[in-house]
Design a protein around this ligand. Structure first.
Ligand code: FES
Length: 80
C-alpha cells in the first residue's frame, strides 16, 4: 500500500502552506510555527512530519514517521 502524507489532517493544513508560513515568519520549530497558525494540536500524528519539513524542506512523505524518527527538541531520553 502506497502512502502519501502531505498535511495536518485534523486542521486540513497542507505542509506546503505550513512551510510557506514558516519561511515567511522565520518560525524554525514546530512550537514557533504553532504560534503563527493553528495546526497539529489534536492527534499530533503530523508533528514529526512537520519537524522533518522544517529541517529538510520536504512537504510530501511516502513513509510513516513517528516521534522516534523526529523527536521534539530537548535532552536525549535516558536509557537503562
Ligand atoms: S494530523 Fe495534525 S493534529 Fe492530527
Amino acid at each position: 500500500m502506497k502512502i502519501c502524507v502531505d498535511r495536518c489532517v485534523c486542521f486540513d493544513r497542507s505542509f506546503v502552506d505550513l512551510l510557506s508560513i514558516a519561511r515567511r515568519t522565520g518560525a524554525a520549530s514546530l512550537e514557533a510555527l504553532q504560534e503563527e497558525t493553528e495546526f497539529g494540536l489534536a492527534c499530533r500524528i503530523c508533528n514529526p512530519y512537520v519537524r522533518r519539513m522544517l529541517r529538510t524542506g520536504q512537504t510530501t512523505f511516502d513513509a510513516l514517521l513517528s516521534h522516534v524518527d523526529e523527536p521534539p527538541p530537548g535532552p536525549p531520553a535516558k536509557t537503562g
